[in-house]
Design a protein around this ligand. Sequence first.
Ligand code: UDX
Length: 461
Amino acid sequence: MIRDEGPGSPLPATLGGMQHPRSGPRRSIAVVGAGYVGLVSAVGFAALGHAVELVETDPDRLRALRSGQVPFTERGVEEALTAALASGDLTVLDRASRTESEIILICVGTPIDDLGYADMSAVEAVLAEIGPREPRPITVIRSTMPVGTSQRLFRDGGVADGSRFFIVPEFLRQGSALADFNSPNRVVIGRSRSVDPDAEAVVAELFAVFGAPMRLVTLEEAELIKNGANAFLALKISFANEMAGLAERSGADIGPVLDGIGLDPRIGATYLQPSFGFGGSCLPKELQTIALSGRERGLEMHVTSAAAEANLAHQRLFAERIDTLLGGVAGRSIALLGLAFKAGTDDIRSSPAVGLARWLRAHDADVHAFDPAAGGRASRAVPGLIVHDSAFAALAGVDAAVIATEWPEFKEMDWASARRLMASPHVIDGRRLLDPATMQALGYTYERVGSPSSEPARSTP
Ligand code: UDX
């Protein structure tokens, strides 16, 4: 257990495969909310030798966390939690009001409704619970908020002390969240115009350990950086998916096309991997948040609104392509490989795979699904979905298989044996995961997003 070193004593810590000497003194930090962001931040700061209190109000999650169990799939987090509980650097509390920590990181959810309005009630509840206590804590919001939210919290009295209130957005990706926590590509610190310089120095020091470029900005700027970064990633994927559709209908393959585009360093190759749509708790939501923020200020956000519509359209087009290829899905038996919104997580929020499962069920297909992590969540979310405990079990006797999530398991599996299990050897790949030549050599009819159908292209020169 690490105890009581003097201010500034360096302390090596292992986290996500990297080592950081902690800069600055050991701090007491309460992390409120044990979702992906909160739990990763909590084990991350504990591994750096800070004294962390993790606050979780849900009784089942609380029990699980106290016994070292992580209530979701995220690489490396269970090991880090076990180590932090054993070292005593992390304890789990049931209420934010119980903490006496000097820094409070708020990491609770801010979901949006169908109209795009963010539900800030969980953040407001935490602020109310902390209240105007002495000594005054430093409050840091890590939850995503639409621009203008912190000003509203100031105005409505939710923030007890604006001079010690900060926004430090997180940019963690699920599936690699711990590694991302450990090596952020930037640290953005939003603070009010009346900031207490001592508090600002503490927050800057806490995040300086990562050695990433740091930007001190206003609260509104921090809100917009978070919104805008996610929305821009969504734009890139929407564009890649739109180009994939054009390639399909032009007799071209999108792979070399995006390679040729992404080699331009002004564009870059990342976030250009085509799929039949993107999902998750952040990217789709952020497009809606920005569009609504603009409309509330009398500004039509044409580009972000179009990207959100395009994402829905790409998912619909893929479902229709499956329908066309099979001559109708009604009464067909289809294996759906993948349900999570991406590989490496059990999260199905805004998952295109789950959207497809619903569409297929609504069009009277029998859907046999398998996902290495998200099967349980998806079977509760999609009535009539038959979830199997292996890919082979899902493939037995089906008329076609659809790859919906890019799990490496689906790439590496024995497709020669799988062919013998399926009633018809059709594979439709929504993630461009498999090698077309190999699949064709094995006797499959193989179709994928971004490559022309084996049917004639709709328009030929
Ligand atoms: C995202 C941001 O990347 C992260 O910085 C922020 O903090 C939270 O939101 P996450 O939602 O975990 O992270 O997933 P991400 O890896 O960005 O993928 C989002 C979606 O886009 C997934 O459905 C993924 O499959 C899809 N995607 C991503 C593509 O279809 N193509 C790509 O090239 C990249």
